[in-house]
Design a protein around this ligand. Structure first.
Ligand code: IVH
Length: 674
């Protein structure tokens, strides 16, 4: 054991030495522009560091030079809390998606007949978002998006960006947050890269813009030709009627928005604009990956609110992704966290948009049959954004009989029978929640970045500790201490890495509701649905209790039937309830501190029935929840108010019988808006 400890110490010491050498030479190269050693010598340092890190991932230093090669990108910026959350956007890919988006809005706003809504459309720039705060007309701060609530203070880094004035001229609100995109022109990116040594070159303009903005040495940021285009409004002390009005002010203040923007009012004109911009795309000097479509009326934006992290009033319409051709060498079956068996094509390596690709998902067997995909085929692959590459179509078939891909009848991991659910394309392992692959998948999901985010603990380590029976389910992670001596003596572990792991586990114990829900890995409950649930329930127990009743879940705005049935399924397994109980012993789940306005209906149980006229059911529910009312589906003696629309039926009778107070829609609207 002793010699193991010594070995580990030696490795860490070498890593520390390399980190300090690389840091020193980085500084001389980048900041002073006077390298002390040759490129070759520097390269050797980088390579040695990379090799050691690859071999001993547990010993990687917190300030590994690998994290910040070529610059002083660090996370030591001052934090800034945005006054209103910086949101994300839902994606659409075709006309149908836009049609449905428009229909959803009209339904929510209760617009009937042939109403055409006004939208503002503009290119979606592939950069990073920036939040500018002006107080009494003076630029107070500039912050990156961060996690949407808290960003990094980059005020001193953007001082040279032409389109960001220090002062607003003319009339301005006392407080205003102006949002936009920071980006680099393609030509500037090429020039910047040309002058950087191979190992410091940026992969694309977006990375270059991010790397240039997030420099601790702000003189470097200031020397890079960053651009800014405004595209949104955050908190504002005055009310704008429309986005178009807001953009008029932006023009007056010389914070120019994109001149390619266009106001449109029909799906057809959105699609026409989409084609125009798509044709223009390769001639633009900045990268765009689609359009952003935003409802013009700000009153309506406020009414529509947000679903999870996305506003209901805006959508990104993405351009189709880059493609490449290659050959399928073989097919593997991967069993995921939810038991889904995904066929994965192993490919002849091919370059796709600057990234070397060797695997592509085939999704499921319906897809394989539909596209008639087989081993040895020449295929077209595609990658959109960060998603896993996929096979689009077969370009040339391999005629051999051996090319056919058959669905496995047994799980390739636990050998239990596979099955296919009705109306589902996916084949699953029937050993629900017990198959080894599912368990390891669940563990890996639990510790992943968006869940507990346990540093230094990845799939490899989870697998290793699972195989040795030190962990079997996520709550065992919190009892790893008992295996200290055993783990320390394992391949790839040592005293230091184990202590680091315990520290990271300790840090992860305090967690928000949405992250906790996400970490459970319930099928269909990803980031957005987790956020929706966390917004709905104060505690995890409230959620558990409520999920016993289907109707309660159906009242959660934004939660669809698939998600609901998956939640029911998850909680119908006793082991999953036990898991939550066990986790609660170790983890501190912060109660969601949703702020509600005080109103007549606060803390009241209300039921809606009949057809509402002025409001849609969705909006009525949304408003009720924003004042902390609880919406139930059926009338009981616990109901405080029954709100009746037209053609109210049996619920009204029942309310009368139980002496539940009845309000008309108008009375409801008057009281809720009070
Ligand atoms: S409007 C509610 N307009 O896209 C968010 N965003 O996927 C409304 N983006 O973080 C954003 N170009 O940084 C808007 N013309 C544009 C945009 C744009 C790029 C980015 C933005 C946002 C991300 C969302």
């Amino acid at each position: 054991m002793k010699s193991k400890k010594n070995d580990e110490e030696k490795i860490v010491n070498r890593l520390k030495k390399l980190a300090s050498l690389i840091k020193k030479h980085n500084f001389h190269y980048h900041t002073k522009d006077k390298p002390l050693i040759s490129d070759k010598e520097f390269d050797l340092l980088i390579r040695e560091n990379q090799n050691i890190e690859k071999e001993y991932p547990n010993l990687v230093l917190k300030n590994s030079p690998n994290n910040k090669i070529g610059s002083k990108i660090q996370n030591k910026f001052k934090k800034i809390q945005h006054k209103s959350t910086m949101l994300s956007l839902a994606n659409g890919f075709d006309k149908q998606d836009i049609y449905e988006f428009d229909e959803r809005i009209k339904k929510f706003l209760n617009y009937k007949g042939n109403v055409e809504l006004e939208y503002l459309c503009e290119p979606k720039i592939d950069g990073l978002s920036l939040n500018l705060t002006y107080l009494n007309g003076k630029l107070n701060s500039a912050a990156t998006r961060g996690d949407g609530s808290i960003g990094e203070d980059v005020t001193n880094n953007i001082l040279n960006i032409k389109n960001i004035p220090n002062e607003l001229k003319g009339n301005f609100p006392n407080i205003i947050e102006i949002r936009g995109e920071v980006y680099l022109n393609k030509s500037d990116f090429e020039n910047l890269n040309k002058n950087l040594e191979q190992k410091f070159k940026f992969a694309n303009p977006r990375n270059a813009a991010a790397g240039s903005l997030r420099q601790l040495d702000n003189s470097i940021s200031q020397s890079r030709p960053l651009n800014f285009l405004a595209h949104g409004l955050g908190f504002c002390s005055e009310k704008y009627k429309t986005l178009v009005n807001f953009y008029e002010d932006l023009n007056k203040w010389k914070i120019l928005p994109n001149t390619l923007r266009k106001k449109v009012s029909s799906i057809d004109s959105i699609m026409k604009y989409y084609n125009e911009i798509n044709n223009l795309r390769s001639n633009l000097d900045y990268d765009i990956d689609g359009l952003v479509i935003k409802l013009n009326s700000i009153d309506n934006q406020i009414r529509l609110g947000i679903v999870g992290k996305n506003p209901r009033w805006s959508i990104a319409l993405k351009f189709s992704a880059e493609t490449a051709r290659t050959i399928i060498n073989s097919i593997d079956f991967q069993v995921g966290r939810t038991g889904a068996i995904t066929p994965v094509a192993r490919l002849n390596k091919v370059n796709l948009g600057g990234v070397l690709i060797s695997n592509a998902t085939l999704h499921n067997f319906d897809e394989i049959n539909k596209k008639d995909i087989g081993i040895g085929d020449l295929v077209e692959i595609q990658r959109a954004g960060d998603v896993i590459p996929q096979v689009n179509k077969v370009l040339k078939k391999n005629k051999s009989k051996k090319s056919k891909i058959l669905p496995p009848q047994f799980c390739p991991v636990c050998q239990n029978k596979t099955f296919k659910e009705k109306n589902e394309a996916v084949i699953r392992c029937s050993n629900k929640y017990e198959c080894k692959a599912q368990k390891i998948g669940q563990l890996t999901h639990f510790i992943s970045k968006k869940a507990l985010n346990i540093d230094g603990f990845g799939e490899k380590q989870a697998k290793q500790l699972f195989e040795l029976n030190y962990i079997n389910n996520p709550s065992d992670i919190f009892q790893l201490k008992q295996y200290r001596d055993l783990i320390i003596s394992l391949e790839g572990w040592g005293e230091l890495s184990f202590n680091n792991l315990l520290k990271s586990i300790d840090i992860s114990k305090k967690i928000t509701m949405e992250k906790f829900i996400y970490s459970l890995g319930i099928r269909f409950i990803g980031e957005i649905n987790s956020e929706i649930i966390a917004n709905e329930y104060k505690t995890i127990d409230d959620f558990l209790l409520s999920s016993k009743n289907n109707e309660n879940l159906y009242n959660v705005d934004g939660l669809g039937p698939k998600a609901i049935s998956s939640i029911k399924d998850f909680f119908s397994f006793k082991k999953n309830i036990e898991l939550i109980e066990n986790l609660k012993k170790h983890i501190l789940i912060q109660e969601s501190n949703k702020q509600t306005k005080n109103n007549f209906f606060t803390n009241k149980n209300i039921v809606f029935t009949g057809t509402l006229n002025t409001l849609s059911r969705d909006e009525a529910k949304h408003l009720s929840k924003s004042v902390g009312a609880k919406i139930l589906s059926s009338v009981s003696k616990n109901t405080d108010y029954l709100i009746i629309g037209e053609k109210a039926g049996s619920k009204e009778e029942k309310a009368k019988k139980l002496k539940v107070k009845i309000l008309t829609e108008n009375e409801f609207v008057k009281k809720i808006k009070d």
